[in-house]
Design a protein around this ligand. Sequence first.
Ligand code: AMP
Ligand code: MG
Length: 196
Amino acid sequence: MNAMSSQKGNTYLIVDLEATCTDAGEFPRHEMEIIEIGAVAVEGKALAQVGEFEAFVRPVRNPLLTEFCTRLTSITQAEVEAADPFPVVNDRFRAWVGGFASPVFCSWGNYDRNQFLQDCAHHRVPYPFPTDYHINIKARFAKRQGIGKSVGMKKALQLAGLPLEGTHHRGIDDARNMVRLMPYIFGQARLGRQKS
Ligand code: AMP
Ligand code: MG
């Protein structure tokens, strides 16, 4: 499934990245690298799903995943070793993004945008989105629902009374769960009265 939808306005690309990480200072934050790109495209008033992208990425700066990282994300060393490096996957992702007439990069917080900028700079490859425009749907969710402080995706699902589906901290599953929150961000859905 892909684009063909120029007349309908924006296509929201809900993107969630997983990256190399450590809880013990093995390497600095600025050396984190994308290991999974998960993305779902939705559009129209109905926020209908019109596409999905999912790929693992082989890290090159710190190629061995930490135990912590595999525990957090469930992504294994074998999975990333079998994957293409960032420039190759980024080209495929950029082609997927380019299939939409007006793609809008959305992610839960600003982390995913910053991580893309970091990996693109390191590998000297083009940023995959046609403009710098980015929507922080974490902030939008909090504002739209009037909950004051922004919350994590897991908490947002809880507030909406939605079970977390799939595996938390897997890019594609996180992105699919964010899509289930889209009616609360761009649509008319309102949270119930439950607090905290
Ligand atoms: P998420 O989208 O919440 O699954 O997180 C994206 C990436 O951020 C993960 O793949 C990790 O690289 C990093 N990350 C998330 N949570 C933590 C954490 N508690 N400690 C260290 N890194 C984390
Ligand atoms: Mg994630």
